[in-house]
Ligand binder design. Structure first.
Ligand code: GUN
Ligand code: ZN
Length: 664
């Protein structure tokens, strides 16, 4: 969301050195800015792993040639080896020759590789403070994926104990707390909740390298989702050891903000090249097809024989992959990117198929809509959280209008109301039926076809059997509860006669009213249309399109229908009606009494002043901004869901559209 609101109502206190501020969002992904003592880091970010003993690419060049704003190195290795004295004397930035942010790791991974480490949690924290690390990591207990529940529980208990100890010892170093718990979703969630409630700057999901090495991406999804359920959403999340560009889009979609890559160097040592869709042996590549500076200015044979060039190519590809993720988040098409990338490896397809099992959680973070069309990528597209939401709301909120039967229209070009205009006109003249399209996204009653992404999507003419079957299932699930006596699939002229004898017409329909009612119920909740539209309803209609733009009741402007996404913008007069009809906390954001005068003036709602909010609100929803005693002070468009509004201490929770003065 790129909107910039009016000036901030309060002067913010001097920022603590590791605040995280959210910018754009998509899925659970977000672009943000992480402030450190060595500069601001745009997230999602890639942290190249620097081996202090032998850096293939000098850290200064990571900044100047690759744009690295942050890197990660290992405090355990620094503390044990020949560099100990130098790093204690000069600090880690000078030792590495890097003026950006430096995160250090603790040795937990070395204990996974070697079975043990010769350092305590307290020692490694003190050492990281002493060398001037910007983000120092606690010594977590690496829980292996195969650890049974009892063992993993012990790992988690000890990791939580050490996280508390580290938080006590951190001084002014920003702390990275780790989440362990193997594949046990309850343990992951508990560890995440306990660790992220401490005074940590970054939460890191650990113990996942063995999953990624074995391409167990479905398990990776389960682990990240379980962890995210417990994590404080206002804290950036690091995914330990995620260095292959193949996983960046998926991990970002699930809310990981930081990745660390040793892969660029390790793969280069083995003569292998990273690509956004996988890995290839340089010796088997004749032409890389890669636009990076290395590949565009060296013959392949020279690259293949040069570890440094291979590492540079790998870095270019990795940084580009993260930039592409940031672009997709800003554009709102990260789901498309994830689904497309999943074609690169069957194990990623399994991971994408796993996502729908977590739709109830993912849906809470999914923005209401975005600009631009939604592309069908494959049968999994219909299971995206935003479509899961649409189908659920259709069943829970939409009231099917009275008619005897349903005229079932096949999937086809959009908008459906244009495509089927003639068929519908003749059908309604003949029979008492309501037209509903059996779309791949789910049933679309014709009066809802303007709502994003039903019309604003591109679907191939020929569908995979799996997608066609899903459309059948979605339709049947809805039709079973819709209360119509019969359904007839449109198959041409003969259907007219059948419908006429089953339920003779004609049926009169006020399409504008039907659209407005159905959209209001779908957007604000079952029963919203009645109080919104009680009285004498008139419309302001677009001269160009003939479509409803503004809805007025008894002369007052209640709603505006947005051309971009087909949802309503709520006006103050509409908000008053909803407030009277729905008891608190429905549709509300409750702000601190101190903030009330600023909201009334039309200033944006800052997260730190939110006291409570409706659990049903989603990013992009219209909301009523109210005082602690439920006086309406503004109408706003949310930028966050409730969990986020309550967690974030910084940033805009909702963009105010219209302030509401106190009652006279
Ligand atoms: N590097 C890779 N995995 C891990 C992990 O689980 N914990 C820590 N501290 N570092 C890691
Ligand atoms: Zn290249």
């Amino acid at each position: 969301m790129a909107c910039h609101g009016p000036p901030k109502p309060f002067t913010a206190a001097a920022p603590s050195p590791h605040v995280f501020e959210l910018r754009a969002r998509d899925g659970l992904a977000r672009t943000g800015v992480l402030e450190t003592r060595h500069g601001r880091v745009a997230t999602p970010a890639l942290l190249p792993v620097v081996n202090p003993n032998q850096a293939v690419v000098p850290p200064a060049e990571l900044a100047s040639r690759f744009g690295a704003e942050i890197l990660i190195t290992n405090a355990y290795i620094l503390g044990k080896g020949s560099l100990r004295e130098a790093v204690l004397r000069d600090g880690v930035h000078k030792l590495l020759g890097f003026s950006g942010a430096v995160m250090t790791d603790s040795g937990a991974f070395q204990s996974h590789v070697y079975g043990d480490v010769e350092v305590t949690n307290a020692q490694v924290i003190e050492f990281q403070k002493a060398i001037g690390s910007d983000l120092g990591t606690m010594l977590d207990l690496f829980s292996e994926p195969e650890h049974p529940a009892a063992r993993a529980r012990a790992d988690v208990d000890e990791t939580i104990r050490r996280a508390r100890e580290a938080a006590d010892l951190r001084g002014d170093m920003a702390l990275v707390g780790a989440v362990q718990g193997a594949l046990h979703e309850d343990l992951r969630e508990r560890c995440a909740r306990e660790v992220s409630s401490l005074d940590i700057a970054v939460a890191a999901i650990g113990g996942v390298v063995p999953l990624m090495e074995a391409y167990r991406f479905r398990d990776l999804v389960r682990v990240i989702v379980a962890s995210k359920k417990g994590l404080d959403p206002s804290k950036p999340v690091h995914l330990f050891g995620a260095g292959h560009p193949l996983v960046f889009p998926l991990a970002a979609l699930l809310g990981c903000d930081l990745f660390d890559s040793a892969a660029y160097a390790k793969y280069a040592r083995d003569g292998r090249m990273l690509f956004p869709d996988g890995t290839r042996h340089a010796s088997e590549v004749r032409e890389s097809g890669c636009p990076c500076p290395v590949c565009s200015s060296h013959p392949m044979a020279q690259i293949a024989a040069d570890e440094r060039l291979l590492a540079e190519h790998n870095l270019h590809v990795s940084f580009a992959a993260v930039r592409e993720v940031r672009r997709a988040i800003a554009a709102g098409d990260l789901w498309e990117l994830v689904e497309r990338r999943a074609r690169a490896h069957p194990a990623l397809q399994d991971a994408v198929r796993e996502l729908r099992r977590h739709n109830d959680f993912l849906e809470e973070y999914e923005p209401l809509s975005r600009t631009g069309a939604m592309y069908y990528v494959g049968p999994e597209t219909a299971h995206r959280p935003v479509l899961h939401r649409y189908r659920r709301r259709l069943m829970e909120r939409y009231a099917p209008p009275p008619a005897k039967g349903v005229l079932v229209l096949p999937e086809g070009s959009r908008p459906y109301s244009d495509r089927y205009a003639a068929v519908v006109e003749r059908s309604l003249a003949a029979a008492d039926v309501h037209p509903v399209v059996k779309s791949v996204w789910g049933p679309v009653p014709l009066e809802l076809d303007h709502v994003w992404p039903l019309s604003q999507s591109l679907v191939p003419d020929s569908l995979e059997p799996e997608a066609a079957e899903a459309a059948e299932v979605f339709f049947r699930q809805w039709a079973a509860g819709a209360g119509y006596a019969f359904g007839k699939l449109w198959e041409g002229e003969a259907t007219l006669d059948e419908m006429r004898s089953a339920a003779p017409g004609p049926r009169q329909v006020d399409w504008n009213l039907l659209r407005v009612r159905a959209t209001a119920d779908l957007q604000f909740g079952r029963g919203a249309a009645d109080p919104l539209l009680r009285g004498h309803v008139t419309y302001a209609v677009s001269k160009n399109t003939g479509k409803v733009r503004n809805v007025l009741v008894d002369g007052a402007h209640i709603l505006s229908l947005r051309a971009e996404d087909g949802f309503f913008t709520l006006k103050a007069a509409g908000a008053r009606r909803l407030q009277a009809a729905f008891p608190a906390p429905r549709l509300r954001i409750v702000v601190d009494a101190d903030a009330v005068p600023f909201q009334r003036e039309g200033k944006n709602v800052f997260a730190k002043f939110v006291k409570d909010a409706d659990r049903g609100l989603r990013p992009g929803d219209e909301a009523l901004v109210v005082s602690p005693d439920d006086e309406l002070c503004a109408v706003a468009r949310t930028a966050m869901n409730r969990r986020e509004m309550l967690a974030f201490r910084r940033g805009v929770a909702a963009y105010v559209r219209e302030g509401v003065p106190p009652p006279a």
